[in-house]
Design a protein around this ligand. Structure first.
Ligand SMILES: Nc1ncnc2c1ncn2[C@@H]1O[C@H](COP(=O)(O)OP(=O)(O)OP(=O)(O)O)[C@@H](O)[C@H]1O
Ligand code: SF4
Ligand SMILES: [Mg+2]
Length: 373
C-alpha cells in the first residue's frame, strides 16, 4: 500500500458560467520518501489536485467523487477535527508565494514558533529553540539572530526557506510544494529545489512537487504525472518519460524547456490554448492542438493505458509508463512520429544509442527521422 493513493479524483466548481471540470479521474500514488512531480500548463488542475488532497477546496468547488487514501485512511471520510490533525501533523503544503504565507506584522521566528506550538505543543522556550533549529536546517545563516527579523528583512529566497521551515515544523510525512520557486530567480530556484531534495532524502519525507517546468521535474522527481485540462495524460518514471515521452502533449511540453546553449529564451511552445474546462472538446481534449489528431480523436475519449500493452494503467510506484492517447489502444490509424533527441552539448545532437547518457536533452517534432517512439 502506497502512503498516498488518489483514485479517480473529480473536482468541480459550480460557477455562474457553468460547471468547471477541474480534475477528471485523476489517479496517482506516492510512496514514502518519494518525490512525485505534477506538471502541466496554467489551469491544468495542479493546484486543485493539491488543495483537494488537503481538503481545502472551497465554495463553489466540491470534491464530487473519488478517494484520497493517506496511510490507508480515506481523507474524504474524516471529520474536520481529524482532517485538521492530518494537515497539521502529517501533510504540509508550501505555496508559490512566500510573501503571502508570512504575516508582515510578525517576526519570521515567532511565526514558525507559533506553528511549532500548534503542532507539537511545546512551551515558548522550546518552540523558540526548535524554530531556530528549523531555520538553520533550511539554510538561514545566523538563524538565532535572524529569528527576530520581520519578513521584509528576508530576501525572496530566504522567505521561501522560512515558509519551508514552517511546513517542516510538524515533521510531515508528505510535503506538497506548489510551484515553490516560480517567484524566484534561477539560482535561488536551484537552491530551494536542492533544499527540498535534501529534506526528502534526510527526513524520508515524500514530496509532491508541482510545476509547469518539466526540466525541474526531470532533475528532482522520481515519477511524474502530466496533467492536461484536468486529465492525467501521462504518468511514469521520470527517466522514461523524459527520454521517451509517450503523449504528444508531453512532447510539446518538453519542446518548451529552455536549453543551455540554445541561445533562445524558450523553444516553441505548444500552439493553441488549453480548452475551456466548462465546455471541453469531445473525445481527446487535446485534439484541437495535437499534430497527430485524426477524426477518431474528436470522437473517442482515450483511456490512460500502459503504453506498451494497451492494458488499463496502473499508477503505482512500480508501474510502467502510461499514456492517454488512442495510439496505444489501436484506435489511431497513423503513428506518432515525433523524434526524441538527446543533446550532449550545445552543438552535438546525440543519436539513439546515447539516449541514456548524461547531458542536455531535447525533444522535437522531427521531420528528419531519428529516434521515433
Ligand atoms: N474557486 C474557483 N472557482 C472556479 N474555478 C476555479 C476555482 N479554482 C480553480 N478553478 C479552475 O480550476 C482549473 C484548475 O485550476 P488550478 O488552479 O488547479 O490550475 P493550475 O494547474 O494550478 O494552474 P497554475 O499553473 O496557473 O497555477 C482552472 O480552470 C481554474 O480556473
Ligand atoms: S488521442 Fe489523438 S488527439 Fe489525443 S493525443 Fe492521441 S493522437 Fe493526439
Ligand atoms: Mg496552481
Amino acid at each position: 500500500m502506497a502512503m498516498l493513493e488518489v483514485e479517480n479524483l473529480n473536482v468541480r466548481f459550480y460557477t455562474e458560467e457553468g460547471v468547471v471540470k477541474a480534475t477528471n479521474d485523476v489517479s496517482y500514488e506516492i510512496e514514502s520518501g518519494e518525490c512525485f512531480g505534477i506538471v502541466g500548463e496554467s489551469g491544468a488542475g495542479k493546484s486543485v489536485t493539491s488543495l483537494a488532497l488537503m481538503r481545502l477546496i472551497d465554495d463553489p468547488g466540491v470534491i464530487e467523487s473519488g478517494e484520497i487514501r493517506f496511510k490507508g485512511r480515506n481523507l474524504l471520510e474524516l471529520d474536520h477535527e481529524e482532517m485538521r490533525r492530518i494537515r497539521g501533523n502529517e501533510i504540509a503544503i508550501v505555496f508559490q508565494d512566500a510573501q503571502t504565507a508570512l504575516n508582515p506584522a510578525y517576526t519570521v521566528g515567532s511565526q514558525i514558533a507559533e506553528a511549532v506550538q500548534l503542532h507539537l505543543g511545546r512551551d515558548d522556550k522550546a518552540a523558540r529553540d526548535r524554530s531556530i533549529e528549523l531555520l538553520d536546517s533550511v539554510g538561514i545563516p545566523d538563524a538565532a539572530e535572524r529569528y527576530s527579523d520581520y519578513p521584509h528583512e528576508f530576501s525572496g529566497g530566504m522567505q521561501q526557506r522560512a515558509v519551508i521551515a514552517m511546513a517542516l515544523s510538524c515533521d510531515p510525512d508528505l510535503l506538497v510544494a506548489d510551484e515553490p520557486t516560480t517567484a524566484l530567480d534561477v539560482t535561488i530556484e536551484a537552491q530551494i529545489l536542492e533544499l527540498l531534495e535534501e529534506i526528502s532524502r534526510e527526513r524520508d519525507t515524500a514530496v509532491q512537487l508541482i510545476t509547469h517546468d518539466l526540466g525541474v521535474i526531470a532533475e528532482f522527481c522520481d515519477r511524474v504525472m502530466v496533467l492536461y485540462a484536468g486529465h492525467p495524460v501521462e504518468v511514469g518514471p521520470v527517466e522514461e518519460l523524459y527520454y521517451e515521452p509517450k503523449h504528444p502533449y508531453t512532447v510539446g511540453l518538453m519542446s518548451s524547456i529552455p536549453r543551455i546553449g540554445d541561445g533562445r529564451e524558450r523553444l516553441d511552445t505548444i500552439p493553441g490554448r488549453m480548452p475551456d474546462l466548462i465546455e471541453m472538446p469531445p473525445g481527446c481534449n487535446f485534439h484541437p492542438r495535437c499534430p497527430y489528431a485524426e477524426e477518431a480523436c474528436a470522437r473517442i475519449e482515450p483511456r490512460l493505458v500502459d503504453a506498451e500493452t494497451g492494458a488499463e494503467a496502473d499508477v503505482s510506484e512500480h508501474a510502467r509508463q502510461a499514456a492517454a492517447c488512442l495510439a496505444y489502444t489501436g484506435e489511431l490509424d497513423g503513428e506518432l512520429d515525433y523524434e526524441v533527441r538527446v543533446r550532449e552539448t550545445a552543438d552535438t545532437i546525440a543519436s539513439e544509442d546515447t539516449a541514456d547518457s548524461e547531458g542536455d536533452r531535447s525533444t522535437s517534432d522531427g521531420e528528419d527521422g531519428g529516434q521515433s517512439r
